[in-house]
Design a protein around this ligand. Structure first.
Ligand SMILES: Cc1cc2nc3c(=O)[nH]c(=O)nc-3n(C[C@H](O)[C@H](O)[C@H](O)COP(=O)(O)OP(=O)(O)OC[C@H]3O[C@@H](n4cnc5c(N)ncnc54)[C@H](O)[C@@H]3O)c2cc1C
Length: 405
C-alpha cells in the first residue's frame, strides 16, 4: 500500500513490478490526475502548456501492470495496530507493508493578503496552469523568494515578456543551496534578462483592490506593483498521517538508513522522509526527483528481499533560460570553492570542499562533467583541492583512473 501517487509513489510501484514483485500494489493519491512529474510545472509548462507531457506513465500502464490506482482519495488515518488505512470516502484498506510517499506542500506566508486573487503558490498541475494564465495576462509579476522555483518562474515570465520583480530576504539568489560564484552568475543573467531584484527585504503585506492583488508592501516601506504574485519560500513535509499514526516525526517522517519508520511495517520515501544521509551532516530531507526515485528503488529492493542501506549520491538540477545547472553531492556545508572554467560562455564548474574534503560540484551546461563527478562521489574517490586546481584536471579522467577494478 503506497500513500501518495507522486514521483516516489509511482517509482516504487513501477520498480516493484519491473523487478517481478507479484503481490497486489495499491497506490492512493489525493490528486485527480494520474501520477505526474513536477519539474516541468515551473519550466516548460509555464511557457507552453502543450510543450511537454508530464505523465509519469501511459494511462494504461497501471492496468496492464496490475497496479490499483485510487485517484482523488485522501488517506485520513493509519491504524498501525490493525495494519489498515482509512480513506476520506469511508473505505478501510488492509496493508502488509505501508509506504508513506506523501511529498510536501509549499510553505505558507503568514501575511495579510495571501488569499487575494492573483496570489499563487506552485506545487500542482492546477497551480502551474493558473500561474501560466495569470502571467500571460499580466503586465508585471512579483515573486517572493529567490529559490529554485521562484527563479524558474521568473525566467519563464521574462520569456513571455512579462516584467518581473523578485523579493528575497537574503543577500543572494538561491541562498544556501548553491555556491556564491554560481549564485552571482544566475543573478547576473536574470538581471540582464530584465528581472529586478530586491534583496534583504521582506514582503510584509499584499495589497488588494476589489479582491485582487495589486502590490506587495515590504518591511523597508517599498511598494512593488504586481498583477500576479507567486510565493516560493520553500516547502514543508506532509507528515500529518505519520503524526496521527504515532510515528517519530522531526522535520519529516523519521526513517532509519533502510528508510523504515519507527514502525517496522511502515516505510517513508521522497520529500516527506527525514533520513540519516551518508553525504551530509546527519539527518536530512531532500526535495528532488533523484531522491524520490532512488529511495523508491531502495525500498523496492528491501520488499523483494534484498535489504541494504540507502546511500545513493544526491543530485539535483534547475533550468533557467538556457542555463542548465546540475549539482552532484550535498554541498550545503562547503567552506571552499574552486571555479573551473571551460572557456565557453555560460559553462563552468564549481567544486565545493569542507575542511579540505570534497563534497560535490555544480556543473553549468556540462552534462558529462556532472556525470563524472557523480561517479567520483559514488566510488568515494579522494579528490583534493590541489588536484582540481591543476590546469590538466579532468573529472572524467579522474573518475576513470580511480575507478575500482
Ligand atoms: C514546481 C516544481 C519544480 C520542481 N523542479 C525540480 C527540478 O528541477 N529538479 C528536481 O530534482 N526536483 C524538482 N522538484 C522537486 C520534485 O518534484 C519533488 O522532490 C518530487 O516530486 C518528490 O516526490 P514525492 O513523491 O515525494 O512527492 P510528490 O511528487 O509531491 O507526491 C506526493 C503525492 O502524495 C499526495 N498525498 C499527500 N498526502 C496524501 C494523503 N494523505 N492521501 C493521499 N495522497 C496524499 C500528494 O497530493 C502528492 O500527489 C520540483 C518540484 C516542484 C513543485
Amino acid at each position: 500500500m503506497i500513500v501518495g501517487a507522486g514521483q516516489a509513489g509511482h517509482a516504487l510501484a513501477s520498480t516493484l513490478r519491473r523487478r517481478g514483485y507479484a503481490d497486489p500494489i495499491t497506490l492512493v493519491g489525493d490528486e485527480e490526475a494520474l501520477p505526474y512529474q513536477r519539474p516541468p510545472l515551473s519550466k516548460a509548462c509555464l511557457i507552453d502548456d502543450g510543450a511537454v507531457s508530464v505523465a509519469l506513465g501511459p494511462a494504461e500502464y497501471y492496468e496492464t501492470h496490475d497496479v490499483t490506482v485510487l485517484r482523488g482519495k485522501t488517506v485520513i488515518r493509519v491504524n498501525a495496530g490493525e495494519q489498515r488505512v482509512e480513506l476520506c470516502s469511508g473505505e478501510a484498506l488492509p496493508y502488509q507493508h505501508l509506504v508513506l510517499a506523501t511529498g510536501s506542500v509549499p510553505r505558507k506566508l503568514a501575511i495579510e493578503g495571501v488569499d487575494l486573487d492573483g496570489v499563487h503558490m506552485l506545487r500542482t498541475l492546477e497551480h502551474s496552469s493558473a500561474i501560466r494564465e495569470g502571467t500571460q495576462n499580466a503586465d508585471r509579476i512579483a515573486v517572493i523568494g529567490a529559490g529554485f522555483i521562484g527563479l524558474e518562474v521568473a525566467a519563464a515570465a521574462r520569456q513571455a515578456g512579462t516584467a518581473v520583480t523578485v523579493v528575497e530576504a537574503q543577500t543572494a539568489v538561491m541562498p544556501r543551496v548553491v555556491s556564491q560564484p554560481m549564485a552571482h552568475h544566475f543573478a547576473d543573467r536574470h538581471s540582464r534578462e530584465g528581472v529586478e531584484f530586491v534583496f534583504e527585504d521582506v514582503a510584509e503585506r499584499l495589497v488588494g483592490e476589489n479582491g485582487r492583488v495589486v502590490a506587495i508592501e515590504t518591511r523597508s516601506g517599498r511598494r512593488i506593483d504586481a498583477d500576479v504574485v507567486v510565493i516560493g519560500v520553500g516547502v514543508e513535509p506532509r507528515c500529518e498521517l505519520a503524526v496521527q499514526a504515532g510515528l517519530d516525526v522531526d522535520n519529516g517522517v523519521v526513517v532509519d538508513h533502510r528508510l523504515l519508520t519507527s514502525d517496522p511495517h511502515i516505510s517513508a520515501i521522497g520529500d516527506c522522509a527525514s533520513f540519516p544521509s551518508p553525504w551530509g551532516a546527519g539527518r536530512v530531507r531532500l526535495e528532488s526527483v533523484q531522491n524520490a526515485v532512488d529511495q523508491a528503488a531502495c525500498v523496492a529492493s528491501r520488499l523483494l528481499g534484498d535489504d541494504g542501506p540507502y546511500e545513493a549520491v544526491p543530485w539535483f538540477w534547475t533550468d533557467q533560460y538556457d542555463l542548465k545547472l546540475k549539482i552532484a553531492g550535498d554541498i550545503s556545508g562547503h567552506d571552499e570553492t574552486i571555479v573551473v572554467e571551460t572557456g565557453r560562455p555560460d559553462s563552468f564548474s564549481v567544486y565545493c570542499f569542507a575542511d579540505g574534503v570534497f563534497l560535490g560540484a555544480e556543473s553549468l551546461n556540462q552534462v558529462p562533467e556532472h556525470m563524472a563527478v557523480r561517479r567520483i562521489l559514488k566510488q568515494k574517490t579522494a579528490l583534493s583541492a590541489d588536484q582540481v586546481r591543476d590546469p590538466e584536471f579532468s573529472p572524467k579522467a579522474h573518475a576513470r583512473a580511480e575507478a575500482p577494478a
